[in-house]
Design a protein around this ligand. Structure first.
Ligand SMILES: NC(=O)c1ccc[n+]([C@@H]2O[C@H](COP(=O)([O-])OP(=O)(O)OC[C@H]3O[C@@H](n4cnc5c(N)ncnc54)[C@H](O)[C@@H]3O)[C@@H](O)[C@H]2O)c1
Length: 355
């Protein structure tokens, strides 16, 4: 029998709950033996819901008082570097939620801390494990639509994410919090790194929803030129209010491919011929990517058991952060920005500069 993987879940919020539920229901080889969150109400609510007895306010205390093989980090982006470095210092393998970090220096520190000790690092880009995205990727890489020339990717989320995620200073804004997934996906599916990005943003609902942070935006449109010469665009809307919508279209030299649809379920109702067909849309991201979240956690547990490098790791996370930084610089300066302008790890967005 394979060795049981003991996991410390860091963060008991939305994603901490999602991954705890996945491990309990779908990954018999993985056990959440510790849960960490400084907010005791969250800690106890999630601990009770998933029957996790080891509960700690800090990772340091969990490391001191219990034993585990790996951590799953589901905390706000600005905490990722510190938590990964502490876990790595104690020899723990790391599953880290996207976005990897706030800047490239933090990404490099995370990569170095895990690589130096031979530890595994998997990034939470679950679309790479979604059955539809995986099938599409295999068919693109198999040459079915020919060389990819153009890609359009969109993510529209139903509601505002938590307050820290709406403050560009603690999250790097919607391009990081929502559209990181698109940034990773377009690079993966096109088989090419981004070369230049131009980002336009708009704010339609922020004020009425209480999102007052400077530079807050709830609509974005990014145009990307890839190193291969191909073109792409990414659109983001959050909150869109109508459901969770994630779709991609790729045009190759020989044809076109579409991934995803607005229809969330194969149940269609008609009770009024004037109104027509009613079909449900996915309500939230845990529904749309249910299998992707299960497969990515199963993959991580198998990688820890077998010592195999995860399919999506530090370099992928770093490219997505670089795209976030170039996009943000583009928004602030109102011009297209080359990725090479932000690739120096010392480059940070203005609000991260020390006085
Ligand atoms: N993969 C996805 O589809 C997806 C979806 C949503 C969010 N995320 C990412 O997951 C992460 C968490 O997002 P969320 O929506 O769950 O946020 P959340 O605010 O709901 O939960 C975060 C939790 O972390 C806790 N926390 C803060 N600092 C901590 C620390 N130092 N140690 C332990 N716990 C700490 C908070 O108290 C909170 O309970 C972010 O990186 C976010 O971008 C990924």
């Amino acid at each position: 029998m394979s060795k049981q993987v003991r996991i410390c879940m860091i963060g008991a919020g939305r994603v901490g709950k999602l991954h705890s539920g996945t491990l309990k229901r779908y990954v018999p080889d993985g056990d959440v033996v510790a849960l960490v969150d400084p907010v005791s109400a969250m800690l106890n609510q999630t601990g009770d819901e998933f029957g996790i007895d080891g509960r700690f306010p800090t990772l340091a205390e969990a490391l001191d008082k219990t034993d585990f093989d790996a951590v799953i980090i589901t905390t706000p982006t600005f905490t990722h570097r510190e938590l990964t470095l502490l876990a790595a210092e104690h020899g723990k393998h790391v599953f880290l939620e996207k976005p990897m970090a706030m800047n490239l220096q933090e990404c490099d520190d995370i990569i170095a801390a895990t690589e130096e000790r031979g530890l595994l690092l998997q990034l939470g880009f679950m679309r790479r494990f979604d059955p539809e995205f995986v099938a599409a990727a295999e068919r693109i890489f198999g040459g079915e639509i020919g060389e990819p020339m153009l890609i359009k990717s969109l993510t529209h989320g139903p509601g505002l994410p938590p307050a820290w995620a709406n403050d560009i200073r603690t999250s790097n804004g919607m391009i990081a919090e929502v559209n990181s997934h698109d940034l990773d996906c377009v690079r993966w599916l096109m088989g090419s790194n981004p070369q230049r990005i131009y980002l336009e943003t708009a704010n339609f609902k922020g004020v009425e929803r209480g999102a007052h942070a400077e530079h807050f935006y709830d609509n974005m449109f990014a145009t990307i030129k890839f190193q291969s010469g191909a073109l792409g665009n990414i659109s983001g809307v959050c909150p869109c209010d109508y459901g969770y919508d994630a779709r991609v279209e790729i045009v190759g030299k020989n044809g076109i491919m579409q991934i995803g649809s607005m229809q969330g379920m194969d149940v269609v109702v008609c009770i009024n011929r004037d109104q027509g067909l009613i079909t449900p849309i996915y309500r939230r991201w845990p529904e749309r990517f249910a299998w992707a979240y299960i497969h990515e956690i199963q993959h991580f547990v198998t990688c820890v058991q077998t010592g195999t490098k995860p399919k999506v790791g530090g370099e992928d996370g770093r490219w997505a952060v670089a795209s976030v930084l170039a996009g943000t610089k583009s928004m602030l300066e109102g011009r297209p920005v080359l990725l090479e302008e932000v690739l120096d790890p010392a480059w940070v967005v203005p609000w991260q500069k020390e006085d």
